[in-house]
Design a protein around this ligand. Sequence first.
Ligand code: GTP
Ligand code: SPV
Ligand code: MN
Length: 591
Amino acid sequence: MSSSLSALNQWVEAVRRRTRAKHVHWCDGSDNEYDTLVEGMLARGELIALNAKTHPRCYLHRSHPDDVARVEHLTYVCTEERDDAGPNNHWMDPAEAHAQMDALFDGSMRERTLYVVPYCMGPLGSPMARCGVELTDSPYVVANMRIMTRMGKAALERIEREGHFVRGLHSTGELDPRRRFIMHYPEEATIESYGSGYGGNALLGKKCHALRIASWQARDEGWLAEHMLIVGVQTPAGDIHYIAAAFPSACGKTNLAMLIPPEGHRNKGWKIWTVGDDICWMKPGADGRLWAINPEAGYFGVAPGTSEATNANALAMLGHDAIFTNVALTADKKPWWPGLPGKPKTDWQGRPYDPANGPAAHPNARFTVSATQCPSWSPEAEAAHGVPISAIVFGGRRASLMPLVLEARDWTHGVLMGASMASETTAAASGKVGVTRRDPMAMKPFCGYHFGDYFEHWLSFAHDDAELPRIFHVNWFRSDDEGQFLWPGFGDNMRVLEWILARVSGQVEARETPVGRLPHADDLPLDGLPLADGALEALLSVDTEAWRDELAAIERHLASFGERLPQALTDELANMRKAITGQGEPMHAAD
Ligand code: GTP
Ligand code: SPV
Ligand code: MN
């Protein structure tokens, strides 16, 4: 036996003893194993079979009503030095965190099976891929990991060859929010999660490994682990350009990754290829470009709002072999959420639907489905070397101020744009919805180290031999005084992607402003799009007064990262401030 396998065996044995698990099951990732797990969950009522005619091999899972989203206030980065985790993370001393978690895991799997889940994040043959092993007592987690990652025998073989893996220990516990913690120990490449069975809290390959631990490793090794979709845009000439885009949770990544271009664009030959919808690992290649892989193998997507009109590709992939979590049911046992035809009979908690109890489907209800089921799935998602990135796009939900699209002047300005990002909070995490908060690079909940160091790491990619992507910022969520969106969004976002690619290939000029470059209205391909009067002007305007306040708020936000904030960002911000006030007035830290 190789030393990595004996290390794994020893760890499994130690966990079995601590948790008193009754059985240990090593997952091989086979169809047979998945079917057996599903049968067990159906028998225990942990899954409900959906209409077998319309939704073959589709199941509903109802999570505990107190366990429906990520819990940022219970998520910790445990580094030896507190400052390495940074003000952007909750921190606990690693020894203290281990002691607390050991106590929770003591006897936590009594009468339960401990599943050993070897997985690979990224194509199995990719040098950019990384492996991990999740130990869990939740068959629901195992079934989801099977869809979301390359899970089982082949991953175990790679671990045996490579000799290292990220360790993740998960137990559902009592699902008591007072006994719930998601701990990360980046220096030990280890994760411990207790007391939640939901999404990013429990599927440890996703946010815990592929973002928090991976971002730490990426900093040490010279690459980037980002909360980004990867989409291929095929032009009428037949070239495919890849765009990576970071939007905060529930702000449109899945939708942009699989958008269907407007009819006029389709007729001309535009086509979209989906490489990834949530996470992107990027590394400079020998040609100086950034090459990206999607570490995941499936989508864990937001259900509400997914409709024939907004995301027909997603609906097409959800007709078979999918797991739904916290959606509502129709009388004939079809999954239901706002945007679908029919009406709900049973709500997400299993009660007869009554509007007095709140929405039928939970706002963070999700589907889990294999990536290859998406009609726009790109075979390049399996490419070992990844795909070359032509543009990086940041974005968020901003009802006001932020224009439809902005281009950064250069890499440093683009990093400042990312570092300054803000967005209104959504149901993807527990807490208040609709509060505007700064969410740098959409990584506020996911960066495993100090944001000051993270910005410095981003800046370090700019050097003489680099052929870096251009950086943009988009906002699909500008609204009018009545709260109506000014921009139709979804498939029509293709129009903005076309402008972005035209900029990348030098086909159009842009309008220079102190906050970045904007499209000349005539250069946006808006044919066939009925926009309200004045909408376009609002979407492409820069309100100098409001931007002065914004820059002051950005200054306060950046100052919170203290001495580790790169000087280059402070200087860049000072330049913008000068440009917008039209004079060399110094920035005052007091406002
Ligand atoms: P996570 O999986 O949480 O990381 O979310 P995500 O960034 O993939 O967001 P997703 O694409 O699932 O969209 C979240 C919600 O925003 C859904 O309800 C969508 O219908 C809605 N949405 C997505 N794109 C647009 C858009 O262009 N305009 C508007 N108005 N809404 C959008
Ligand atoms: C997100 O919240 O950004 C998600 C869902 O993609 S979860 O896996 O729960 O983190
Ligand atoms: Mn996400």
